[in-house]
Design a binder for this molecule. Structure first.
Ligand code: ATP
Ligand code: LTN
Length: 335
């Protein structure tokens, strides 16, 4: 708790261009939860370097991701929005937690298996211990709740296991966090292969709608979405392409799947695709306009970066010092 509020932590990597999946599965929920909790939203640029990055590009993407957080509706006066790399406690706690995490646990992580298959020429130790840094992110702020898409559940389970293991030895040091998975949009699938999640690292640009895609591109991608030959619009497992389009429609319009199925009763796939395109444009166009406005105000963004990093450093250092004391590191001389 901070004051009388529970704590929320989440983060996104500054790699690739954000997709509609990132927005509907994560960012949108962050905004809806932001009044209820004391929130920390990080641009996890230290996680990004587990895959090789171009330095200038990483810096640019990190800034545009931070700007996007604000454009999506997170008020940086009320929410702590900051770069992970500006707060040294993350790396320090990650090291300690590495010593409380087993190789066998990390070996089971599906994201590690997927990413090491994708980047076979660079299977580095950071990629392997990535979930430990994520655990440090969350535990430093004593987070109660962590809103993420379904793909991050396994990492969250591991975070809980590490925290429980640590607490069992040293007493109640860490709050045990819960995942928050949104009811709609928790797993948006690729428009070209509805058995795969929509991913910012997909090589096929038609598979993903990017948050900064213009209206015509969005409409075109929806039109080209892979469906099936059933010819009916029903929300069911046997029609993953149609179900995904309905999911996108519902997440953008606030309607339930039952309402959407009723609305499209008797319609052709073309009509559904058109409606999905319009719903997505309706959500993304205002977001894009706010990003463009904010990008003009360099001084404002700079002040958000500075002030929030200081706050994050202050809050996280409290937990870090407690942990260091518990495990037996020598006390620091008073300044
Ligand atoms: P990559 O595909 O390059 O590994 P990513 O798109 O999964 O990256 P992350 O930065 O790892 O992006 O994820 C940010 C947040 O978005 C996480 O909470 C994740 O669960 C969520 N998310 C990512 N893809 C989807 C999706 N297709 N549907 C719903 N949520 C998603
Ligand atoms: N691993 C997450 C990003 C991430 C995160 C976090 C999410 C890093 N640290 C802490 C929630 C809480 C991902 O790949 N989406």
């Amino acid at each position: 708790m901070i004051g009388d509020k529970k704590v929320l932590f989440s983060g996104m990597q500054a790699t690739g261009n954000l997709t509609l999946g990132n927005y509907l599965g994560a960012l949108k929920n962050w905004v809806s939860l932001s009044d209820e909790y004391e929130c920390f939203y990080s641009v996890v640029d230290m996680h990004s370097i587990t895959v090789r990055q171009d330095p200038a590009e990483l810096r640019r993407r990190a800034r545009s991701l931070l700007t996007l957080y604000i454009a999506a509706g997170l008020d940086p006066e009320k929410n702590c929005i900051y770069y992970q790399s500006h707060v040294s406690s993350h790396a320090e706690l990650a090291w300690i937690l590495n010593c409380f995490t087993y190789m066998g646990e990390l070996n089971r992580m599906t994201q590690f298996k997927d990413k090491s298959a994708k980047h076979a020429d660079n299977i580095n130790a950071g990629l392997f211990t990535y979930p430990v840094l994520m655990a440090a992110d969350i535990l430093l702020y004593q987070a109660d709740v962590v809103p993420v898409g379904i793909d991050q559940m396994q990492h969250l389970e591991l975070t809980r296991d590490i925290a429980q293991r640590f607490n069992a030895i040293y007493g109640d040091v860490f709050t045990i966090p819960e995942a928050y998975i949104g009811k709609v949009g928790a797993k948006i699938m690729s428009l070209q292969d509805p058995s795969k999640k929509m991913s910012k690292s997909d090589e096929n640009p038609n598979a993903s709608i990017y948050l900064m895609d213009d209206a015509d591109t969005i409409r075109r991608k929806c039109k080209r979405a892979v469906t099936d030959s059933e010819g009916v619009i029903l929300y069911r497992e046997e029609q993953p392409g149609i179900r995904n389009l309905l999911d996108i429609y519902c997440a953008c319009s606030g309607k339930t799947s039952e309402e959407a199925v009723k609305e499209f009763d008797g319609c052709g796939y073309g009509q559904l695709k058109e409606a999905v395109g319009e719903a997505v444009v309706g959500v993304l166009a205002p977001l894009q306009n706010r990003v463009k406005e904010l990008e003009k105000d360099k001084a404002y963004i700079d002040s958000v970066i500075k002030n929030n990093a200081e706050k994050a450093q202050y809050v996280s250092t409290k937990t870090l010092r407690k942990v260091q004391k518990k495990i037996g590191f020598p006390e620091r001389p008073r300044q």
